[in-house]
Structure formats: C-alpha cells, structure tokens
Design a binder for this molecule. Structure first.
Ligand code: 26Q
Length: 842
C-alpha cells in the first residue's frame, strides 16, 4: 500500500519482512521483528500472565502473544483515533446488534504483516504458532450472515483507510455452542469470556446513562419554551469496551466499541442508605441482564421486551458517544453533524436510533423539530437484510409505550408529518396511507421498524441486486414510489484477508507465486488466473492444494464426529443457519434419492461424495431442529451401510462457527446455495465458497444471480424455479402432492423418511417434516426436487472429468473479485456515506 514506507520504524512490516530484521533499538512494545516479538512475549509471560515458566500452557502463550500484538496496534490505534476526533474527515459509524468477529490473533498478525515473525518468535520459545492460534476462543457475538457481514465491513473500512467506529453490544454470552446428542441439537452456553479477552480495553470512565420506562412530562423552561422531559422508571449505565480493528498493510486502526450494561451506583446507594442492601444488589443484577445474552433469530416472541431494551441500550449509548465526540472533542456545532458523521443502520435492529437522535437533539440540545429532522435524515442510512414478512421487526404498541414513552410520542409526530407528505403526493389514497404508516394496525397496533428506518434515512439499500429490486417491488414499494432517489443496491462482500489469505494458506501461496500478492487488497487481480485454467501443470497444483485442504477438514471431521472421509471424494457442503427457506431438507432428499438408487440396484455406482452439513437451529424452531435430526438420521444409516458407504457419507459437523469455517470453505468442491428464489437476501457463504474455488449448485436467489453472472453460466450449476415462477405457482395454488403423484422416485424418498428406515423404526419423529412438505410448505421444496436432482447428475458428470472440474474451479476463483467486501465498502463510501480515504501517519 502506497502510504506505508516499509523501512520506517513503527510502520506495518512489508511482506518480505523488510523492517523485521533484528534491530537492536526496536522497542519490545512496538518492534515488528521476530526478536522484538520474542522479547515482548517473554515480557508478557513474566509481567502480565505472571506464572513461573514451569506451569506455562499454550493458553498462556496465546495470551502473551495476543497482548504483544495488541501493543503493536496501540500506536496506530491512537493515531487513527486522534485523527478521527480532531481531523477534518467524515467518520462512518456502523450500528449493528451483532458483530461476528471470529478469532482475532491470526487476523491481526496477517493485517500487521508479522505472521512469519510471530512464528519465529514462538519457535524460539519452543511453541508452534498454529497450536497457539487454536487456543483462541472466538467471540460469537452474532447469529450468522448479518453479524459476519458487519465484521467483514470493519476489516474493509480499516483496510480502505476509512475512519470508522463499529458500535454494538458486548454480550456476555454469544451464540450458543451446539452439541449433537443422539442426533439432536443440544445448546450449551457460550462462555467466551471465562479466560478473559486480551483484545478489548475497558473504559469504565467512558460511560453513558440510558433511561428506561416511566413517563413524560411537559414543562416550560425559564425562557418560556414548551419542552418535554422523560422521567424514567430505571436508569442503566453503558460502559464501553474497545477493540482495535487493524487495516491490512496500513496504519489505520479503527475501533469497535461494544457496550456492557451496569447498574448506576447512585441508584444502588440510595437503596443501601435506606437499609435495603438486597434491593441494591437486585438492581445490579437486573441492569446487567441487558447485555447478558445474544438473542437467536427466528425466536418467536420470547423475552421481547429485553430485546427492545438491548437495542435501545446500545443505540442510545452510541449516539451519546457520537454527540459527545462531536461537540466536546471535535468542538463542532450540531448543525454540522451530517458533515462529520455517516451512521449506517445494520437492518432495523438499531432503527430506534432515528427517534433517539431526534430526542437527544430536541429534548437535550433544545433544537427545533425541522432542523433536528433534516439532520437526522441526512445522517442515517439503512440496510435491509430480509424480505420475509415474518422477519420484519415490529413492536407491540403496549410494550413500546411502556418502555420508551418519549420515543413513542416522537414516532407519532414523525408519522403525522410523514403521512401529511404522503397525502400531498398521493391525495385521497387512504389505503396507501394505511400501508405506509409507521404504526401497523393489523392484529393489534405496532411500531413498524422498517418504516421508521426508511423514513428516517436518506439512503436505503438491499444487499444483492435481486434483493434490492424485490425490495422496491414488494415490502418497500410505496416508499420507493415516494422517494425513488433514496433507493439503491450494495451487493454484499466478504473479506479476502480472513476468507482467503488466513484460512487458505495453500491457495494463498499458489496465488502469490502465480499472480503476485496484489489480490489481498484488490481481489479483481485474481482475473490474472484465468489463462492458467488451461495450463495442465497449474491445474495439477490446484488439485493438490484442494486435496490438502480436504485432508485438513477430514481430520477435523474425524476428531469431532468419528466419521472418516476420503479426501479424493467430492466434498459437497452446505453450511449456514438451519432454516426451512434455506432448504437443507431438499439437499437431504437428493441424498436419500442416491441411497435408494444404490440400494435398489446392486452394481449401480456413483461418483463418491461426502455430504457435509453444518449450522445452528434457533433453539425454539421446531421444524429446524427436526431438519438436523433428519440429517443425522440419514447420516447414521448411510455411513453404517456397506452397500452405500463406499459411495457416500453424510456428516453433520457440530457447532459451525467462524473458527471451523476457516477449515470448511477451502475444502469444498461443491457449494450448496439452494434457497427458494426470492427468500435469501444475498448470502455471503456463497461468496466465501467461490473465492476458494468451489463450484455452486444454486437457485437464482440473492447474490447467486451475480455469482453466476461473474463466473459465467457454464461454470455454475443452476436449477429451480425463478422468483416469477415461484410467484406464479403460489398464485395458481401450490399443490405439493401433485409433484409427488407425477414423480414415483420422490414418492419413495418421502416414504423412506416416515417408514422408520433412518430412525430405528420410529415412524413419528420425522413425520412433521414430511407433513409440512406435503401440506403447508411456503418454500416449495417438492416443486424444485426434480430440477435439483437432475442438476446434481450434471454436477457428478462434471466431477468425473477432473480437468473440466479444475478448469471451472479455477475460473470461479479467478472471477470472484466482485465479492470482496472492499468493493462493497468502496460503494457505500462513494454512494451513501460520501467519505474518502484518510491515510494515517504516525
Ligand atoms: C430480530 C428480532 C429479535 C431477535 C432476533 C432478531 C434477528 C437477529 C438476527 C433477526 C435477524 C438476524 C439476522 C439476519 C441475517 O443474518 N440475515 C442475513 O444477512 C446476510 C447479510 O446481508 C444476508 O447475506 C442473508 O441473506 C440474510 O439472511
């Protein structure tokens, strides 16, 4: 990267280690050489870990190295923060209820470009870097795609030298750990903080008070102005924990601020003084509940009020922080807020921010409504991640008014003014007014958060081209007709640092040797690989690389499930949250089809395949849990049957997370992206597979459409109904049984699921799944069955010609450049945030 002078002390090391030669003057807190790191680790072992050498474990070395690495980011971190506070640059704030960061050590070594030095330093201490990296417990502060997207975006914002802050919640317990017992998912609490978190710096002095509940009161101030004040029932304190986000090969080191809830000591003291010690402790427990646990998605109802409290808690803390920096540090007038800040709302989860900023500006800073509103709209932008009506967030008016009485008043006022605008533009269209209102009237009144986010933002985007079009044509159609200029698309992306360089060292080396290492910050450079698809020697190396990755995964699979996989087999992988719309059961119907063919025709052979699944089901999602049971049941039967286990094996890999994803994507030959067209907003796993050279079997859904465009239709296995055909079939009345009647093979497959073949004779446990498929399946699994199974036959044919397959695989990776999160962040920067690069000098 151009701004880095690789020979200047303190700068990020260059890739060939140019600044890392042992330099005696190098400080043990900042030096990037192996020698300085060695001294730093020894120092932290003695002074931070404080254990005698005889009792040191790999975990201690992990912690010491992590602290040494954090020290090395500190200087850059402070320089970046200093620029952000006092410099002229506009700052992007990414508000997200989830940040699925994954393990940090390897990523920070990569971005500081000191992997080799760290390996040498550890070796000198008798330790192996890979074993030490294994010790890290990942922070699983997200459910899946949306949370991981936020983490990829932080990496790209730092690498593109955009000053930015991620704001979220420091959940004490992240997404649950999944175990498989007797074929069922069992949830275990994720205790990621037990061993401490060396990456964060707590700032107990940087805290804000957040109100909750109570009522509002009107009053006249000394100047005779009419004002409102909120008299809360409770007050909670938000304490910040900051984590450095180091850009790759640059000095920019941004901040992720996560809020943790505490009780307000003065409250506790009041109680203490009146002798009620237990009341005070109780209050503390109640307050700290707010940041205790991450909510799973697809969890109907349960604990809704606490979820709203989480959202408001982190949004209010974040906005207060922004306003404090703006007015007290940068000393700018509030009118300049949209010039200094762009605030992106990651789905509707933080959309209460629209009302909160209005409240802060009007009630606390005494601004007039119109000016406050203009500032609010100019500052916020909203990203939508779903079209599923059941996933659109709404809050019952009762809960909302009890919890946030002042915000409800503000929302009513926003709504009144907004609906007047609607009437102006569409006179007499009361039906449209009803549809667009921020208050929903169907089945008990509720606040519609997607409407609030849209009305309160100057830009609204979907996360893939198809998704953004559908957004304008369906859930936000009326809003698009009102403000077409607000709507755009930014197709998701993933960071090639973590999902290629870090997780696929074999491919990284091959790429570096073939096309150079420019792809790390410019993924389009992978295009230079295209000619090598025709080079037999290169194809051989490509296959060897894949083979090694598959051996690595096979070892992990064996260790975690006991199942043996042959790395010469095709690895057919579906990893993602378990959900009906993602249709893991369609995948299983294909597996059972092959099983049935093999059982019926002795002598019949197929190209051997390992079917690998991974993903968590929301704990309360009855059908999703049975989908896991279906996979494990079919797996147990297939894997233990000598007639078939020479041709196929089925694995359910427990506890899919970022850490094991590093092993999974690089080892895949086939990527399963088989959601019902129109249901998957984008998908990002699909991109991680493509970058690592997997071929996709997929529907025309989400970003699959663009993946196919980039790869070329010949290098993509397409099947299934299109969005229009799905609509049409539903309009005509979908009758699943009709598909079964005309397809005897499908009928047999469904029969096998309920006749006890896979369940030791139990004919009931999987029946709800089949009943759903036959009688109420909004995701049209049976309608796509034949097309899918036929397409899988084409996949097998292609696999059998290894040169054909390797060619297609190389071309997929070569054409994956669009799916870098750097491209996505460049688009957000240009089209929505209007921010540019701001290099940091030390
Ligand atoms: C909402 C209310 C109450 C409790 C939980 C939630 C909740 C939490 C998380 C709702 C949704 C989520 C996560 C959604 C998600 O991950 N969506 C995915 O976002 C990806 C990034 O844009 C897309 O690629 C996927 O298509 C989309 O499904």
């Amino acid at each position: 990267m151009t701004d880095v002078v690789s020979s200047a002390p303190g700068d990020v090391a260059d890739r060939d280690g140019g600044v890392s030669r042992a330099q005696p003057h190098e400080h043990s807190r900042t030096g990037l050489s192996a020698d300085a790191l060695h001294r730093a680790i020894a120092d932290h072992l003695a002074y931070s870990i404080a254990r005698p050498p005889s009792v040191l474990t790999p975990e201690h070395y992990y912690r010491a190295l992590a602290l040494a690495v954090r020290d090395r980011m500190q200087q850059r971190w402070m320089a970046t923060t200093q620029d952000l506070l006092h410099g002229p640059a506009k700052v992007t704030c990414y508000l997200s209820a989830e940040f699925l960061m994954g393990p940090q050590l390897g990523n920070n070594l990569l971005n500081l470009r000191i992997e080799r030095q760290a390996r040498e330093a550890l070796a000198a201490l008798g330790q192996d870097l890979d074993a030490i990296l294994e010790c890290e417990e990942e922070p699983g502060l997200g459910n899946g795609g949306l949370g991981r997207l936020a983490a990829c975006y932080l990496d790209s914002m730092a690498t593109l030298q955009r000053p930015s802050i991620g704001y979220g919640i420091r959940y004490e317990f992240g997404i649950f750990d999944q175990e498989i017992q007797d074929g069922w998912q069992v949830e275990k609490t994720d205790n990621w903080l037990v061993a401490g978190n060396p990456w964060e710096i707590d700032k107990p002095d940087a805290s804000y008070l957040v109100n909750w509940g109570g009522r509002t009161e009107q009053y006249e101030d000394v100047a005779g102005n009419h004002r409102v004040r909120w008299i809360p029932r409770r007050v909670i304190k938000g304490v910040s924990y900051d984590t450095p986000i180091q850009g790759y090969g640059v000095n920019t080191c941004n901040t992720l601020t996560l809020w943790s809830a505490r009780s307000v000591s003065s409250f506790a003291l009041d109680a203490f003084n009146t002798g009620d010690f237990y009341k005070a402790v109780e209050d503390e427990v109640l307050s700290e509940k707010i940041s205790k646990v991450l909510y799973p998605n697809d969890e109907p109802e349960a604990g809704k009020r606490l979820r709203l409290q989480q959202q408001y808690f982190f949004v209010s803390s974040s906005l207060q922080d922004i306003l404090r920096i703006h007015t007290e540090r940068a000393r700018l007038p509030l009118s300049a807020l949209p010039d200094k800040w762009a605030i992106q709302l990651n789905d509707t989860h933080p959309s209460i921010a629209v009302a909160e900023l209005m409240r802060l500006l009007i009630d606390e800073h005494h601004m007039g409504w119109d000016e406050a509103w203009d500032i609010t709209v100019a500052t916020f932008a909203y990203t939508n991640h779903t079209l599923l009506p059941e996933a659109l967030e709404t809050w019952p008016l009762g809960i909302f008014g009890d919890s946030l009485p002042r915000h409800l008043e503000i929302i009513y006022e926003i709504n009144d003014r907004f609906l007047e605008e609607v009437r102006d533009k569409f006179p007499g269209d009361t039906e449209r007014e009803r549809r667009m209102s921020l208050i929903g009237e169907d089945g008990g009144k509720s606040v519609r958060m997607a409407h609030l986010a849209t009305v309160g933002s100057h830009a609204v985007n979907g996360v893939a081209a198809l998704h953004s079009e559908l957004l304008k044509a369906s859930v936000l159609k009326d809003f698009y007709e009102m403000w077409p200029e607000r709507f755009g698309n930014v197709t998701n992306g993933v960071t090639p640092r973590r999902f290629l360089a870090l997780s696929n060292p074999g491919l990284r080396t091959l790429l570096d040797e073939t096309v150079g290492d420019g792809w790390l910050t410019d993924l389009d450079q992978l295009r230079r690989l295209e000619p090598y698809a025709e080079d037999p020697a290169f194809r051989e190396r490509w296959r060897d690389m894949k083979r090694a990755n598959k051996s690595r995964l096979a070892e992990y699979v064996h260790a975690s499930t006991g199942i043996e996989l042959d790395p010469t087999w095709m690895f057919d992988v579906q990893v993602k949250r378990i959900h009906e719309y993602k249709r893991q059961h369609l995948n299983v119907l294909h597996i059972i089809t092959l099983y049935n063919r093999l059982k019926r025709n002795p002598g019949f052979a197929i190209a051997p395949r390992a079917f690998i699944f991974g993903g968590k089901a929301a704990p309360g999602y009855f059908i999703a849990k049975r989908m896991i049971r279906l996979i494990t049941a079919v797996g147990a039967t297939v894997n233990n049957d000598p007639d078939v286990n020479r041709f196929m094996r089925v694995v359910f890999l427990p506890n899919f997370n970022v850490k094991n994803a590093h092993l999974i994507y690089p080892a895949a030959n086939l990527s399963e992206q088989i959601s019902t067209a129109g249901k998957e907003a984008s998908g990002t796993g699909n991109m991680k597979f493509m970058i690592n050279g997997a071929l996709t079997i997929g529907t025309l859904d989400g970003a699959n459409v663009e993946i196919r465009e980039e790869a070329g239709p010949d290098n993509f296995f397409l099947f299934g109904l299109t969005v229009d055909e799905v609509e049409q079939l539903k309009a005509d009345g979908y009758r699943p049984t009709a598909f079964v009647e005309r397809d005897p093979e499908l009928a047999e497959v469904l029969e096998l699921i309920v006749d006890g073949t896979f369940t030791h004779g139990d004919t009931e446990v999987l029946r709800p799944l089949v009943d759903n498929l036959l009688h109420h399946d909004p995701f049209l699994v049976l309608a796509d069955y034949r097309s899918y199974v036929d397409c899988q036959a084409r996949v097998s044919a292609a696999w059998q010609d290894s040169d054909t397959w390797s060619r297609m695989s190389i071309l997929n990776a070569a054409r994956s450049g669009k799916f870098s999160s750097d491209r996505a962040i460049a688009e957000y920067s240009d089209e929505i945030w209007h921010v540019g690069a701001m290099p940091v000098t030390l």
